[in-house]
Design a protein around this ligand. Sequence first.
Ligand code: F6R
Length: 251
Amino acid sequence: MVKFICADSETEAGRVAAEIMAEVIRIRPDALIGLATGSTPINMYSYLADMYRAGELSFKDVRSVNLDEYVGLPPTHVQSYAHFMSENLFSHVDIRAENCHIPSGTADTDAECERYDRLLDRLGRVDIQLLGIGHNGHIAFNEPDSHFPKDTVRVRLTDSTVEANSRFFASRDEVPTEAISMGIGRILRAKRILLLATGAGKADILERALFGRITPAVPASILQFYQGELTVVADRPAMSVILSKHPDVLT
Ligand code: F6R
């Protein structure tokens, strides 16, 4: 079942996504939440931090797993995803450090993939998994490929992803070319998925992913097979192609 929510602005999309996430945590205070990084969820994290500050939400017993990390970056690196999570959410709320899980970018990569999968096995099914979508249809760092990876994998980032991510680094040369990513099989085990997309740049790929051919060349297209509850929250520009080709999705 897919539910589409079209928000009037990027900020509003973040607020709606935060409300959905908060609802899951209120129902289950020790929820296991799956988190993503990138520009898209920054607003959502800021709303979640506001809710915590206002006394409306506690992360005291919440557990989290992140989708990915750059290979080679220690958590102290300002562009590491561990640092991103700390800056955008963890340091602003009462979540316990020992309950926050992110793949290590500096451990032996193969051993780290194995360790992360065992950890995911131990933690059990994610209650709600947040996803962004790359311009090439990647989810987590599962890049277009000939197959859908099942388990946590070491991935070589495509040139287009390195290019897209270079906006955060001083130069393109500094962008890591590899990452550790939760595999698609693992992502699909979540009880619920919240796909957040904003900006006109995501409009085409969002439509192709959710209505086009299911192919590992568009990794997010696997979401069409997802058996759980999929909620797509997008602002109007990101939703524009879907709304023009499939106008009844909001009814
Ligand atoms: C990051 C992640 C990526 C991003 C995607 C979109 O943890 O999983 O798949 O969600 O690259 O990134 P932004 O939001 O920067 O457009």
